[in-house]
Design a protein. Sequence first.
Length: 265
Amino acid sequence: MRYAAHLGIADPDAPLLAATAGSVDPVAQINCAARLGFAGITDNGLKARTPEVQRRMGVALRDHGMEMGSFTHNVLGMEPPFFWGAPITDMEAAMASSLTAAEHVGGGCINAVLLDCGAPLAEQLARATENFAAATKLAAERGVALAVEMVSRERVPLALVERLADIGAIARSAGVGLILDSCHCHCAGEDMAAAIVAQADILAAVQIADMPGRVQPGAGVIDFAPIMAALRTIGWGGLVEAELMPKLRDIDGEAAAIAALRTLG
């Protein structure tokens, strides 16, 4: 499997390899990830970084032959919630910062999370489908992927819907990809392995973390064997994004997390 190291899940100052790299600077993180054999990175806080930093990241990724994975369109906690189910009068303006960030780093997959704006459910779902379709067209013109992530209300209380069948239907109707995260699937009671096979044709990104605590595989209760087997069954060639925090947040803890990833194959 081709793994991606994260540069911060909810906090850009808490990347996966903070202790090992000796710096939270994103380029230092990329250089460290390359030395350790990671194939790419994922960065939820990419859009909060300056254009200059984004460009430096892009250069580092190109120099190492690494891939940019997913990054969030709506940086939670850093900007107001973005509601795909609300009226969006200027989609080009709404997508501009994400598309520009992707251009600076050399690609990636824009992660869209469907949040509840308070309008009737049917109205939000219809608008979200239209908005995703329009945003996907803009992204495709720039060579960037757009995907919607299935999230659990336990982790994201504002989630509009959390059932995989609902998110999958929206993704298919709008022509966007689907992001599956083992943490959210576990919290929502979804079978991620079955979902990988059933949704293989629209699967855009895969994220893994064990629960509770979003720790490395083997440190929680999730059985990753069926998940990895499902990825092999579909011939998954994309990144497997290690969106986890080592159970022990020091050099030894990070080494244990990396070893846990390698045992998965």
